[in-house]
Design a protein around this ligand. Structure first.
Ligand code: SF4
Ligand code: SF4
Length: 206
């Protein structure tokens, strides 16, 4: 009996919590509802790639020139992968855990971002904010913000960039060889060599 009183005095009378009649404190690293900041988001899509529960999706709507980002709190498993991979800290897990809603639509949140168009072919190729973000990173790393080459490069889609950077076969070493050989008609020796080979095979009765 003495031991029981000793334990009661040590623990106190507050052995249960009064939640939901008073707020419930959670630990500092509690992983609750993901909070998305569209201002900070550059629509890079890294979080949608990393999300193991497919709670995050990103769709491109070419007709309306938009990229749509959406989260479903019904699917989220609060793993925190989105927070880990986000390059701009646009998505963070809060300490909110009371997520019950009466309207199913409230389980979704979305944000829309405009698309940048290629200066060569006019096709939409990336979210405008992602292009600006890369531009800022390159400027921070020492490149000149007003460099026309940098601007041209960032405002050109990957297909047009590849096309523009393709090497002319006549400037390559082996390309130059064939180009010269064709011009001098010296490839004829290869043809005669082929004829000799075929003659040898027929001589051997093959
Ligand atoms: S916390 Fe995990 S499951 Fe939820 S949105 Fe982020 S990555 Fe997806
Ligand atoms: S990773 Fe961050 S910046 Fe990229 S789409 Fe997701 S929330 Fe936006």
């Amino acid at each position: 009996m003495f031991k029981l009183f000793k334990t009661i005095i040590k623990v106190g009378t507050k052995t249960t919590i009064k939640y939901p009649f008073e707020p419930l404190d959670v630990c500092d690293d509690f992983r609750g509802k993901p909070e998305h900041d569209p201002e900070q988001c550059i629509a890079c899509g890294a979080c949608t790639q990393a999300c193991p529960a497919n709670a995050l999706i990103m769709e491109t709507d070419i007709e309306n020139n938009l990229r749509r980002w959406e989260i479903s709190f019904a699917r989220c498993i609060y793993c925190g992968r989105c927070e880990e991979v986000c390059p701009t800290n646009a998505i963070t897990l809060s300490q909110e855990f009371e997520l019950a809603v009466t309207n199913k639509a409230d389980l979704y949140e979305e944000a829309n971002f405009t698309l940048a168009h290629c200066v060569e072919c006019a096709e939409a190729y990336a979210p405008t904010k992602a292009v600006s973000y890369v531009h800022d990173l390159l400027v921070q790393s020492g490149l000149d913000r007003d460099d026309p080459y940098l601007s041209q490069l960032l405002n050109t889609c990957p297909s047009c960039c590849r096309r523009a950077n393709m090497l002319d076969s006549r400037t390559l070493v082996h390309g130059q060889y064939f180009h010269d050989a064709l011009a001098n008609d010296s490839l004829a020796c290869d043809v005669s060599a082929d004829k000799v080979f075929q003659q040898e095979r027929s001589n051997q009765g093959e």
